[in-house]
Design a binder for this molecule. Structure first.
Ligand code: NAD
Length: 356
């Protein structure tokens, strides 16, 4: 792979990839900066025990590219970046986060970090000791805390837009929804769905999280291996990416896919098209899961207002409907339609910036 990094960067149009290493804290991190046309690259840091360094590189490249489009389509003046730390999340600690914070600082604000899978607001607190280029810091430090409730709310709002498109109204009462992954986002999403009267099923691989969500909301647990056998109206992937693939699509029994996970389609064009052929409405991941980014962007801007953030997150509803309209008009997938709108904004702003 090492000899392929530049090929991948060229194919996916990345600006910069930074490899960080510190033997003392056992830090192995990759910071991928995709595009900074709209502003500094903002994106979370994920910690994961990757099977190989190659897997970590690919994840960082794909996730950072998604952030560019997410910021662009959400009307934010931010570029796309993301970082991954290779290692066991159980072994994270102060030295690792502070050393990592120094690497982030060395980029002088070109990259701003935040939480992601297996990283929390308290980890951001350690990073903050070494750099100001971090957002999503705890509320007691003047930050906005965990962005996940906003991500979950955005997914809920986007799911309602999908329901409106499919059934002519956005009432989720009685709809069968399977939430795959009841972590930070999935747990809050289940809360919104229960409140809306949906019949919720959950699936996860973490026993503590299953118990916490099942006990609190009295929802039914489905074993991961059985997940695709469930007859559901809506599938909400809220775990990891690429769950929509050639193996799962033929088995999926749902009308809508609307969830928080990044990079849900294993192959964007192929699987986006297969969903259309199967009559499944797909909410582009980087659009529907932008609520958390909207929240941390507001914190990073220095003028945070929770009510305004909530209203901004609600804009996901109409943005999703716009995507459906464009996708039908141009006979393209919803993912392609969303990327087209995001890319147009990036090109328009680049044009404006190049003028006096
Ligand atoms: P999290 O780590 O808190 O939760 C993920 C959950 O998925 C965990 O409970 C984990 O046990 C479960 N899981 C992992 N593999 C699974 C499998 N094979 N089957 C079922 N469950 C599985 O992460 P999170 O912050 O809730 O984020 C969830 C997804 O949403 C991620 O893809 C993340 O990148 C994306 N996302 C999160 C945010 C945010 O604000 N946290 C924002 C945008 C996108």
């Amino acid at each position: 792979m090492s000899n392929k990094v530049f090929e991948l960067m060229k194919d996916m149009e990345h600006e910069q990839v930074v490899f960080c290493h510190d033997p003392h804290s056992n830090l192995k991190a990759i910071i991928a900066i995709h595009n900074t046309t709209l502003g500094p690259a903002l994106g979370g840091t994920r910690m994961w025990n990757y099977n190989s360094d190659d897997d970590a590189v690919i994840d960082a490249l794909r996730l950072s590219r998604g952030m560019t489009y997410k910021a662009a389509i959400s009307g934010l003046n931010l570029g796309g970046g993301k970082a991954v730390i290779i290692g066991d999340p159980a072994l994270k600690g102060e030295a690792l986060w502070r050393r990592y914070g120094k690497f982030v600082n060395s980029l002088n604000g070109k990259y701003i970090t935040a939480e992601d899978v297996n990283t929390s607001a308290s980890d951001m607190e350690f990073i903050h000791q070494e750099t100001k280029h971090v957002t999503g810091i705890p509320e007691y430090m003047g930050g906005s805390g965990d962005p996940s409730p906003f991500t979950a709310y955005g997914v809920f709002v986007g799911m309602k837009a999908c329901a409106h498109k499919r059934w002519g109204n956005d009432n989720l009462n009685g709809k069968k929804v399977l939430v795959q992954g009841v972590g930070h986002v999935g747990h809050y999403l289940v809360g919104h769905l229960i409140e809306a009267g949906a019949k919720v099923f959950i699936s996860d691989i973490n026993k503590d999280r299953i118990k916490e969500t099942a006990d609190k909301f009295k929802v039914e647990f489905i074993e991961p291996a059985e997940m695709l056998n469930v007859d559901m109206d809506i599938y909400a992937p809220c775990a990891l990416g690429a769950t929509i693939n050639s193996e799962s699509i033929p088995k999926l029994r749902c009308s809508i896919i609307a969830g928080a996970a990044n990079n849900q389609l294993a192959e964007e064009k192929v699987h986006g098209r297969q969903l259309i052929e199967k009559g499944i409405i797909y909410a582009p991941d980087f659009l529907i899961n932008a609520g958390g980014l909207v929240n941390v962007a507001a914190e990073a801007s220095g003028s945070y207002n929770r009510e305004k953030v909530t209203k901004d997150v609600e804009k996901i509803y109409n943005r999703i409907l716009d995507i459906f309209t464009l996708s039908e008009k141009e006979d393209i997938t919803t993912q392609e339609a969303a990327m087209q709108i995001a890319q147009k904004r990036i090109d328009d702003v680049a044009h404006v910036k190049s003028r006096l």
